[in-house]
Design a protein around this ligand. Structure first.
Ligand code: TRP
Length: 333
């Protein structure tokens, strides 16, 4: 019996953080036994908004691979591969660009938000505008049906399915399956400062490799309820980052609910909930950090795993490219 295929990935722009962990790494860990899973180190996609800094994109290939392995991604079950070394992805991207319009790319909510957030305006790099087609190539080249991502990525899976349908229609038969985004119920974690999203560039993230002192400092500085001035004041739980993180990472749900009730009623200080969150995060990150440090002592071994994974992925993606080109009736040599 063949297992359903998962394809997902991360841009290699920085080490992963606890937002990635809650957002999609947990799903990837949970599903690696029951699925044929591929994780893409998306260095080409990273260049779409980092063309000025290829050294950063290169350096973070191993950082992201280390994060995967440190959280428990098992290379015997999950194939870790390097996007820039899968030429079929580039070929399919170029092909798919003929099956989307600029207007549709500009309407993609993920792209729209990012154009706005980065202040690109009309000076958007063409590669960035077109990355939904590239992401469609990533997903379909593996014939993935499950894509574990954060909720911001859902419109990209939507657009992938549109392209797949168009290819299938043109070929007159189903070559590419449609994919489902697998999005965690909790939604996206806000940054430690309460700003919409956790990101390394926003300086509001806690890395999976964070040192104990950094975790402590980040929790201390964390946004709570600005109206909760004295311990005896009633406090707000909604929008309170400490409670949002406790919901995401504290397994003792009943205790957290009790703390929320006490906080709302007044009489529970920020220092108490912050101490609890700090303990939870220190416990979560400590084993990841130590496994990561262990693995980082042998970078050649990590790169060997990436090389082997990429070779496996190359045969899968080359096969799909051939099927698609053939299915469309293009000249084959
Ligand atoms: N866009 C994803 C991110 O921002 C990375 C990525 C590249 C991806 N290709 C993918 C995710 C394919 C899911 C499927 O991190």
């Amino acid at each position: 019996m063949t297992k359903p295929v998962i394809l997902t990935g991360d841009r290699t722009t920085g080490p992963l953080h606890i937002g990635h962990y809650a957002g999609s790494l947990l799903n990837r860990l949970r599903l690696q036994d029951s699925h044929d899973q591929y994780l893409l180190l998306a260095d080409m996609q990273a260049l779409t908004d980092n063309a000025h800094d290829p050294a950063k994109v290169r350096a973070n290939v191993i950082e992201v691979a280390l994060d995967y392995l440190a959280v428990g991604i098992d290379p015997a079950k999950t194939t870790i591969c390097l996007q820039s070394h899968l030429p079929a992805l580039a070929d399919l991207t170029l092909l798919y660009l003929n099956f989307v319009t600029v207007a549709r790319l500009e309407r993609n909510p993920t792209i729209k938000d990012e154009i706005h957030a980065r202040g690109f305006g009309r000076d958007i790099p063409a590669g960035f505008l077109c990355y939904p087609a590239a992401q469609a190539a990533d997903i379909t080249a593996f014939k993935a049906t499950v894509v574990p991502v954060g909720e911001d990525q859902a419109p990209l899976v939507e657009q992938t399915n549109e392209i797949a349908r168009r290819i299938n229609e043109t070929a007159g038969r189903v070559i590419l399956p449609e994919a489902n985004a697998l999005i965690p119920k909790a939604g996206r974690l806000p940054g430690v400062n309460g700003k919409a999203k956790m990101s390394k560039s926003g300086g509001n993230a806690i890395a999976l490799s964070a040192a104990p002192a950094h975790i402590r400092k980040a929790v201390q500085a964390m946004y709570t309820d600005p109206g909760h001035l004295r311990v005896e004041d009633p406090g707000q739980v909604e929008g309170n980052v400490v409670f949002t993180y406790l919901d995401a990472f504290d397994d003792e749900v009943a205790t957290v609910e009790e703390l929320k009730a006490r906080y709302r009623a007044g009489g529970l200080g920020d220092s108490v909930i912050k101490r609890r969150l700090e303990d939870v995060l220190q416990d979560l990150i400590a084993p990841i950090r130590s496994r990561r440090a262990e693995l980082a002592r042998d970078p050649a071994h990590v790169m060997d795993l990436v090389r082997e994974g990429t070779a496996r992925a190359r045969s899968v993606t080359d096969r799909t490219r051939r099927e698609v080109f053939e299915g469309l009736g293009l000249m084959m040599l």
